[in-house]
Design a protein around this ligand. Sequence first.
Ligand SMILES: Nc1ncnc2c1ncn2[C@@H]1O[C@H](COP(=O)(O)OP(=O)(O)OP(=O)(O)O)[C@@H](O)[C@H]1O
Ligand SMILES: [Mg+2]
Length: 392
Amino acid sequence: MHIKQIQLKNIRTFENASMEFSKGIHLITGSNASGKTNLLEAILYLATTKSIQHRNDKNIISQEALSNSVLPIAKISAVIESEQHNHDIDMMFSKPIKESIANDNQGTGRLTKNFRLNGVTKKASDVIGTLRAVYASPNDMEIILGSPSERRKYLDILISQFDKDYLKNLQRYNRIIKQRNSLLKQIKNIKKRHGELDYWDDQIAATAIEIINKRKSIINQLSMLAKKHYEILDKNNDQLAINYYPSLPKNNNSLSTQDIEQKKFLQFLQEVRSKDLQQSNTTIGPHRDDILIYLNTLPSNAFSSRGQQKLITICMRLAEAQISNQITNEQPVLLLDDILSEFDEEHRNYIVENTEYVEQIFLTTPDLANVPKSMIARAVQLQIRSGEIKKF
Ligand SMILES: Nc1ncnc2c1ncn2[C@@H]1O[C@H](COP(=O)(O)OP(=O)(O)OP(=O)(O)O)[C@@H](O)[C@H]1O
Ligand SMILES: [Mg+2]
């Protein structure tokens, strides 16, 4: 699939910009702070319906537009073309009430988002995956160095783009966990009896095993594919391994390689019940899972060099695009945000040549000297300046 057309109205540094794209490579240049990342973020927003880079989703709207007492139209629109279908996506942003959210940038003022697919209003979960995109940026180091929640976010974004059931299970699971936790608190305060927990435990077990088994299978694929890329890129013969680490009661981690059944998970919940009651918190389950990344059996967050960590994350991104392609039979869009300058020439060449499983690439750079010549020759060149996107 590829993006045929995009329009940005009052999105970050773009007051009103539009551009048509074709399949293939698009090389986006522009000085620092010209809006290159902003454009890629808008594209990623189309794929995921949220801001991945920034906690505050509201910052997707341009500050200038936000400072108006009546918010002008703020939207991202795109035409996505693929072999199986063509889609118009519209994402519109508005303020909930007349209050100015400009005065509340760090606060709680919420953004109202309205999503349309082919002119029909849809929920976010129905729009996710219409455009499938893989985004690689220098911030990917967080996948290795960040907290387990960063790695769960990485995994959830990857799987949700091609598996709607996974996304629904995840949303359902998060709701049930909140309900169970609130019940745990009430039982602790002797307002409710234990028996009610059985109901929620059944619900959790049913949903959790779907999430766990899906995560396991995707991480296995990811590990295999990323390992192959790493073997080619790394000169020291280091072995990359990416392992799933499901949150289960202690001494059960060998289960990470087998499928877990509902009955077994229910048993786990019963095992930890008294601890959960004590802590008023569900202490096992997919909301606490992690991914362990090793080079030669040593955890890469503590032992790998920065260069190795960068290589690992780009190998994971390339593997991600392959998985998306294999599962959906359609090639996703690859967004490479200023990552080439971090690699030597050989690695740069490998990254840009190893893209047969993507249909369209957007590569940003402030400096063309970092881009392999073979790629420049094949690319459509775009420049961002003063809020405009221009071909040249
Ligand atoms: N909501 C917003 N409204 C207005 N301006 C914004 C908003 N969010 C970010 N910006 C501005 O966008 C600029 C950064 O743009 P961006 O990160 O896309 O630059 P870039 O071209 O990727 O630069 P670099 O080459 O340094 O990576 C900053 O000057 C920032 O102030
Ligand atoms: Mg940038």
